[in-house]
Ligand binder design. Structure first.
Ligand SMILES: Cc1cc2nc3c(=O)[nH]c(=O)nc-3n(C[C@H](O)[C@H](O)[C@H](O)COP(=O)(O)OP(=O)(O)OC[C@H]3O[C@@H](n4cnc5c(N)ncnc54)[C@H](O)[C@@H]3O)c2cc1C
Length: 436
């Protein structure tokens, strides 16, 4: 730790937004410190993406983790935390405690003051229960639940976003018999293209998971054994416990934003396209700024905030994939056909079914869809949706292609390993070129 307490960059929060910003700042030669009140790695590593991925693999298909799964998960999380901390060695100071502003460029942590030319707020969100459930002990935010994963006969999940539908699938695979997801909106809320709602509902229905859309919680009660959720449609759901997988606002309690001119809008920190808040020298990145909550979105915002500080050009933030993992994966990137039409782009599409592909057949999962959207005249790829096993890898490939301005011809001629699922992309591109 440096002796003086003045840094070029001070970051509050060590989730993926915060630690990415710290690495990026240090690599650009800036003196950097990061403040964390709980565990290094934030939500993604400790109570979000990593635990849910681990548990999914634990319960789906052939598990190699055995009965000691939760202990192994803790070991993996601590390995990841060590990895981040080792990466910080010598280049980033870690300050443990709650960071609170004293004024615009000064922050106090347990009575010690730190100042910086630039401060990045990367505090994520604080989980929140719907007001009707706040006094219910058997209703827990999903982040808390993932710290204490357990099963029961009947579970209600509030929210049909990515986390809600994925935890439902994990619980199904873990042997829970009755799972009901309730969602206040009339659609699934994953951020994927709307046309994927039907695929998600089908996957969930195939597992026997009941999804109630357009259902608002009116009231909740509990007794020793059960929780009772009263819906506006007069139905009453009964379960062993409820998992809340929605809501939450910027975790600014303790940050003392009132000591700065930073503005909150509807519970999230307001920023411009450079991730600057209303105060010069104070940036905000990641989940605390609202919008869809994705770790890789938080990561690219961190890179661009540091790019702005060091005067480098911003990288494109809009070309990010979204993936929902159920028994198959549903993934999207770029522009949908409908979006293209709305914005006046002369787009075309190809829909390719994977049923004849060697890798899909030999893996026992022949059914899948690859849909590619491309510019009708230039044939530049604009977007894609994949519903299949390994969709996350296929969509990452398309994502890279879109960044590099890939055309259908490039995709058709790409040499992918055989047999592999990625070959479906070349087949889709070939079909599109023959059809047009
Ligand atoms: C169950 C679940 C599954 C998810 N799965 C995925 C997935 O598969 N893929 C994906 O892309 N996204 C996923 N997400 C979303 C992803 O986890 C978030 O988008 C990401 O973690 C946000 O990172 P962040 O750095 O903005 O905030 P966080 O990771 O929440 O980090 C904020 C950090 O700031 C600290 N902090 C807050 N206030 C202070 C303070 N005053 N002083 C010091 N420290 C403070 C907190 O303790 C925390 O460590 C999932 C989320 C959940 C809940």
């Amino acid at each position: 730790m440096r002796q003086d307490t003045q840094y070029d960059v001070l970051i509050i929060g060590s989730g993926i937004a915060g630690y990415t910003a710290a690495f990026e700042a240090a690599q650009n030669g800036l003196s950097t410190a990061i403040i964390e009140k709980k565990l290094i790695g934030g939500t993604c590593l400790n109570t979000g993406c990593i635990p849910i991925r681990f548990l999914r693999n634990r319960f789906h298909g052939e598990s190699t983790y055995g009965v000691d799964a939760l202990r192994i998960l803790e070991e993996k999380k601590s390995l990841l935390r060590e990895g981040i901390q080792n990466g910080f060695l010598k280049s980033v100071d870690i300050i443990q405690g709650i960071g609170s502003f004293v004024e615009n460029n000064r922050v106090i942590v347990e009575e010690k003051e730190f100042s910086a030319h630039n401060i990045l707020i990367a505090v994520g969100t604080a989980p929140a229960l719907p007001s009707e459930m706040r006094s219910i002990k058997k209703a827990v935010p999903i982040t808390e639940f993932l710290n204490d994963f357990h099963v029961a006969d009947d579970i209600v999940i509030v929210g049909a976003g990515i986390a809600g539908v994925e935890i439902a699938s994990v619980l199904h695979d873990a042997g829970v018999e009755n799972i009901i997801i309730i969602e206040k909106d009339s659609h699934i809320n994953t951020g994927l293209w709307p046309e994927t709602d039907g695929l998600i509902l089908k996957e969930l229905n195939d597992m026997g998971i009941d999804v109630k859309l357009d259902c608002v919680i009116k009231h909740a009660e509990e007794d020793e054994q059960r929780v009772y959720v009263f819906l506006d449609c007069k139905e009453v759901l009964e379960a062993d416990f409820a998992i809340v997988a929605c809501g939450g606002k910027a975790d600014v309690e303790g940050v003392k934003l009132e000591k700065t001119g930073v503005i909150l809008k509807e519970g999230f920190i307001e920023t411009n396209e450079k991730h600057l808040t209303s105060v010069d020298g104070i940036y905000a990145i990641g989940d605390s700024t609202g919008g869809i909550r994705l770790a890789h979105k938080a990561r690219i915002q961190a890179i661009n905030a540091i790019n702005d500080i060091v005067g480098k050009p911003a990288v494109d933030e809009n070309n990010y994939p979204i993936v929902v993992h159920l028994h198959k994966q549903i993934a999207c990137v770029g522009k949908s056909f409908e979006e293209c039409k709305k914005s006046g782009i002369n787009a075309a599409k190809v829909v390719y079914r994977t049923a004849n592909e060697g890798a899909f057949i030999s893996d026992g999962e022949p059914d899948g869809i690859v849909k590619i959207i491309y510019d009708a005249s230039s044939k530049v790829v604009l977007g894609a949706m994949v519903y299949s096993i390994e969709a996350e890898n296929l969509i990452n490939t398309i994502c890279l292609g879109i960044s590099l301005g890939m055309k259908l011809e490039d995709l058709k001629n790409q040499i992918f390993f055989h047999p592999s699922c990625a070959e479906a992309l070349t087949s889709a591109a070939r079909n599109a070129l023959y059809e047009s």
